[in-house]
Design a protein around this ligand. Structure first.
Ligand code: B12
Length: 452
């Protein structure tokens, strides 16, 4: 196995020299896996300092038979060379990269190379994706992906693959780390569970995973966790606290490895002292919590009324008391949001001493109840998917403010949160993990200024 050529490809099986394409297929077939990220979304995300590894393709690679050579290109780190001589191309993509991916697919298909599309957007809009692909995967692929590869080798395969019932994760393999693009200290990425028990109206997860939460066996997750050479691991779970009993067992199993980890959880878990205690003891350094809004009316209307706004400050305090930093997920643009929401939210985050935040502009992704409602109300402004980026563009008509106010409010939130005054206020209010939260805040502040 080898990795990280100067061209930025991550490949397996044999030395890969793009200038000598005939070498590639000599030992079998060659599969090109692409983790797509359009130039537009990369521009929008420029101010995000951390360049995270997506595991979807290294994970799907683990199902590929050994006689295939696998190349992985993650567009966050390298452009796709559409002249590569491969037998099959498979692409995973989010909604904002859809048009870009359709162009990429066309370039390969013009050369007679079959293209398979899958991931969130293809799952939510399979008919649209089908017009640009030879094969479309709808939803999860644990059972159908290996079946398709076998059928592909015989030359007889279907145009569409999907699962009637979501697969169990009992035998989920480890992702192939040699296909990761990050090999530094922050390189550990895995998932323990899949799906979310809730169905908030703006979120696509319930539709993508057929409203079912599944868990990998604790021993398998602990073994994958231990296999990362670096100190820092992120669980890419939708909600690691879906089943708190499972989570606590997992925390006990990983504690002995003395690594640091982070994941996404719903705020109710923060009322569970035992959960926080074991999270901290097992090395949890930060929890990403979907606070979404400090307006209870917005949370109730979005089907996330279990987020009790009056409890936020106390629960964040509990997380901090366990030495765990908080990254708040915040969304602006709900129907109950008026122009005052930006300042009120920032006042709250500063008073609560929140260490990090991800701000989003409400975006009605297709397949969500939010999309259906706004469409029925005639409030969807565009179907240019590249604008469904949640950061730079407003794609619907907000109820209580203009589009410009929403955009300006989003920018204000980022600028104020990463201003020297706010960083000082927040981190002195709660100095938890200041030795890493301070440099990270300063790096975000610099990146925002640089990309203004
Ligand atoms: C980790 C993560 C990230 C990371 C990782 C890096 C990345 N490049 O995406 C970060 C934080 C950077 C990120 C960023 C973004 N993300 Co994100 N992210 C996730 C998260 C939480 C987990 C994804 C994951 O790794 N799952 C684990 C793998 C194993 O599962 P999987 O991807 O579902 O794959 C399975 C199947 O779907 C299928 N499959 C998937 N793709 C393919 C392709 C083929 C060919 C086949 C056969 C099968 C297949 O097979 C797998 C096995 O069953 C998801 C939520 C979710 N559950 O999907 C959101 C999610 C995918 N993200 C989302 C969004 C919107 C974004 C951003 C646009 C946010 C923003 N405004 O910037 C950016 C875009 C980034 C980019 N560069 O393009 C949305 C997508 C909605 C949509 N309609 O597209 C999701 C669903 C969150 C949500 N709740 O709505 N994200």
């Amino acid at each position: 196995m080898r990795r990280g050529t100067s061209e930025g490809y991550w490949i397996s099986s044999q030395i890969f020299n793009p200038s000598v394409p005939s070498e590639m297929s000599s030992s079998g077939r060659t599969l090109l896996l692409i983790t797509a990220s359009s130039p537009e979304i990369q521009r929008v995300r420029r101010a995000r300092v951390l360049n995270f590894q997506q595991i979807t393709m290294p994970y799907l690679a683990a199902f590929v038979p050994p006689h295939w050579m696998v190349i992985h290109i993650d567009e966050v780190v390298a452009p796709v060379d559409v002249t590569l001589d491969v037998d099959l191309v498979a692409i995973t993509f989010h909604t904002p990269s859809a048009f870009h991916v359709y162009e990429l697919a066309a370039r390969f298909r013009q050369r007679g190379i079959p293209v398979v599309l899958g991931g969130p957007h293809a799952t939510l809009l399979p008919e649209e994706a089908q017009a640009h692909a030879d094969v479309v995967f709808v939803g999860e692929a644990e059972r159908q992906w290996p079946r398709f590869l076998k059928e592909f080798e015989t030359g007889r395969y279907a145009r569409r693959y999907g699962e009637d019932a979501p697969p169990t994760l009992d035998d989920a393999p480890m992702a192939r780390k040699e296909l990761f693009h990050r090999h530094d200290l922050t390189g550990g990425r895995l998932f323990a569970t899949r799906g979310c028990a809730y169905e908030c109206d703006f979120c696509t997860v319930a539709t993508m995973y057929q409203r079912r939460v599944r868990k990998r066996p604790v021993a398998a997750v602990a073994a994958e966790y231990a296999s990362f050479p670096g100190k820092v691991v992120i669980f890419w779970d939708d909600n690691l606290a879906n089943d708190r009993k499972y989570a606590k067992t997992l925390f006990r199993a990983i504690a002995l490895h003395k690594k640091w980890w982070s994941s996404q959880v719903s705020i109710q878990a923060c009322a569970d002292e035992e959960f926080l205690d074991w999270a901290a003891r097992s090395g949890c350094k930060q929890l990403f919590i979907g606070l979404e809004s400090i307006s209870q009316a917005s949370m109730d209307a979005a089907g996330k009324g279990f987020n009790r706004v009056e409890e936020y400050a106390r629960l964040i305090g509990r997380v901090h008391a366990h030495g765990i930093a908080v990254q708040a997920g915040i969304v602006f643009g709900f129907d109950h949001d008026s122009a005052g929401i930006f300042e009120e939210t920032l006042d709250f985050l500063e008073a609560a001493g929140v260490q990090n935040a991800t701000f989003n502009i409400l975006t009605p992704y297709p397949g969500t109840r939010l999309y259906e409602r706004l469409k029925a109300e005639g409030r969807i402004l565009t179907h240019d998917w590249s604008k469904y980026n949640g950061r730079a563009d407003v794609v619907f008509e907000p109820r209580q403010m203009s589009r410009e106010t929403l955009q300006a409010g989003y920018r204000y939130a980022n600028r104020r949160f990463y201003s020297g005054r706010s960083i000082y206020r927040r981190l002195s209010q709660s100095p938890v993990g200041w030795w890493w939260t301070l440099p990270l805040n300063l790096a975000y502040a610099a990146a925002l200024r640089w990309n203004r």
